[in-house]
Write a protein that binds this ligand. Sequence first.
Ligand code: CU
Length: 165
Amino acid sequence: MKRFPLSLIAAILLTVTGLAGLARGTEPTATAADAAASQGSQGPIVVSGAYVREPANGINAAAYFTLSNTTDAAESLTAVTSGAGALTTLHTDSMRQSAALTIPARGSVTLSPGKGHVMIEKLYGPLKAGQSVNFQLTFAKSGQLLLTAPVIAVTAPAPTAQAPR
Ligand SMILES: [Cu+2]
């Protein structure tokens, strides 16, 4: 019966070590995503006011957000992916697909209706208000950033973008 408490302690130690390891491993990504999704004062690029408009059909959906560049050099968003559809592309200038979106040094760019969006095509399933969509944004210099955007109803007001502090 001596072995039981020992293995229990070992199991607890393993659990603690395992959780700590997991937390450490995910820290950089989680920090960037959290900063982007909520207050957003960390990281070279800050995302705010992100949302996906609930699509009228089950085929395509559009995402909108503001990117703020906190650095002294221009940055560009080169790719966007999401798990919600077969294809995710950056559309600016109405519906044209663009290669990259430039965010000027210490400036910001807003994708809003009429000024561009991230388009999710061939949706894997219906997107309803209250759900959320994860995106991975890739930037030329600062690498990747995870973004979680809420799906909002057709009539709901767009969330407000916030300038980085
Ligand atoms: Cu589009």
